[in-house]
Ligand binder design. Structure first.
Ligand code: FAD
Length: 435
């Protein structure tokens, strides 16, 4: 391998805090807000200039799912608060509770056209279509209200590790290279950039890149959908969401953590999404006068690194509870399938003061399909943030300040429940029903 030597140097400290969160996607925002509401001083690093990650910049404007597919809500807490706040700003649409789990064909079709029902023989779910611009603003409001020290255009680059602890995080910002320092850190970077740089073990998946886009000026969206147009309704009456990806053009899978592969994927996806829009104008009903409202600013990557944590949730562990479960999630294509997420899935195995949240937590590939969804990312983010605040306050069962692995999971669960997380899923009763 071709190498150069990087000399050691002193870094100026940009911020000191109780908790540092790297990544301002939905998981990172939930983590930062949860930690701050527990009284921790929190620094949130985001490499871009907008919050929400894939849920805003990636135009993945659908929360799938907050329920179990049988009519019971399984994700609440910050996720529900965010839905309420986006709704209060006029930016969301979801089936009312009375429609959840309905298999009535008219209802299923109605919500399918919003992108809210997926999978074979699927019933109506508690899923939410939203306006990504409004979500970005709601997330920013929540971060500011919680008193989080938000640093945009600031990349969490190198964890400075000593033994089993991160002592500081070297960052790259508009001011150059510096450091942020805290007793506990959260990797919410989506691609697991902190745990990878810290030398933790992980699994890596190659995926097809996606590039969703929005189009406006469709003459009659209902009629177009009736005729099978390949897009979804949105909260703006004449605007549609096109869930387009490179696989549709025979593009191969990429390793999203490889700089060259990712660049090629991004260049190809952006160019071909524009072509796809032009094709849509010619071929899709009602789209002759359509205009492009925007192509995702962030490449759609469903999966890359997953940390190999203290616990790894597997497909075989679906429909099972855990004494240290910190979140529960349904599955967006398999109604009735429910996962409880053990706390150990958020803990890096090699380090004591690093938590992981969002799409890079420790699960196997089939389970990732459920835990990567935005509501689940918010739920694991809320849990990671709450645990980090507890660890920073040293309210642990032993170990050093910031030791996330020593957090009392019973006390953590109580705090999460007090903040609206839904942890009491009746797995045992379900088993009695025959699953
Ligand atoms: C094509 C596609 C379709 C999907 N469909 C759905 C759907 O319909 N419904 C659903 O609920 N979910 C869906 N998902 C999944 C969901 O969008 C993501 O898994 C989820 O948004 C991930 O959230 P996150 O916060 O973990 O990561 P991200 O959203 O990836 O956020 C990570 C954030 O961290 C920042 N960052 C990265 N590295 C650093 C660093 N080193 N320092 C500082 N900042 C950093 C990034 O800029 C980004 O803002 C889909 C995903 C894709 C790609």
């Amino acid at each position: 391998m071709d190498t150069v030597f990087e000399p050691g140097r002193e870094l100026s400290v940009l911020a000191r805090a109780d908790v540092v969160v790297a990544g301002g996607g939905t998981a990172g925002v939930a983590a930062a807000v949860a930690a701050a509401r527990e009284g921790a001083q929190v620094v949130l690093l985001e490499r871009g200039g907008v919050l929400g990650g894939l849920a805003t910049g990636g135009l993945i404007a659908l929360l799938l799912t907050l329920d179990d597919g049988r009519g019971r809500q399984v994700i609440g807490g910050l996720c529900q608060e965010i839905v309420d706040r986006v709704g209060a700003a006029g930016g969301e649409f979801h089936p009312p509770a009375g429609h959840w789990a309905s298999s009535e064909a008219v209802l299923v079709e109605k919500y399918r056209r919003w992108g809210l029902v997926w999978g074979k023989d699927a019933p109506v779910r508690y899923s939410v279509a939203y306006d990504p611009e409004i979500l970005a603003q709601v997330l920013a409001d929540m971060v500011v209200e919680a008193g989080v020290d938000l640093l945009f255009h600031c990349l969490g680059a190198d964890p400075l590790v000593e033994g089993r602890r991160i002592e500081a995080l070297a960052v790259q910002s508009k001011a150059g290279r510096g450091a942020v320092v805290a007793p506990v850190y959260i990797d919410a970077s989506g691609d697991g950039e902190l745990f990878a740089a810290a030398g933790c073990a992980f699994e890596l998946e190659r995926v097809h890149p996606w590039m969703w886009f929005r189009a406006g000026g469709i003459t009659d969206v209902s009629d177009a959908l009736e005729q099978g147009a390949p897009f979804f309704r949105t909260t703006a009456a004449d605007q549609v969401l096109v869930p387009w990806g490179l696989a549709a053009r025979g593009g191969g899978k990429i390793d999203a953590t490889d700089p060259r592969e990712r660049t090629r994927g991004e260049l190809d996806a952006r160019r071909l999404a524009l072509e796809e829009f032009r094709r849509l104008r010619v071929e899709a009903p009602g789209a002759a006068g359509a205009h492009l409202c925007g192509i995702a600013s962030q490449l759609g990557i469903t999966e890359s690194r997953r940390v190999a944590g203290r616990a790894t949730l597997t497909r075989q562990q679906a429909d099972r509870d855990f004494a240290d479960a910190i979140a529960v999630t349904g599955h967006w294509t398999r109604h009735g399938l429910v996962y409880a997420v053990p706390y150990g899935c958020l803990l890096a195995a090699e380090l004591d003061n690093l938590l992981v949240a969002g799409r890079c937590i420790s699960v196997d590939h089939p389970t990732h399909n459920a835990t990567k969804e935005i509501p689940a990312c918010m739920a694991t983010g809320q849990a990671a943030g709450t645990a980090a605040a507890m660890a920073a306050a040293a309210s642990t069962t032993g170990g050093q300040q910031g030791d996330a692995s020593a957090v009392d999971t019973g006390a953590l669960r109580v705090k999460l429940a007090e903040r609206g997380a839904l942890l009491g899923y009746p797995f045992a009763a379900r088993a009695g029903e025959g699953g």
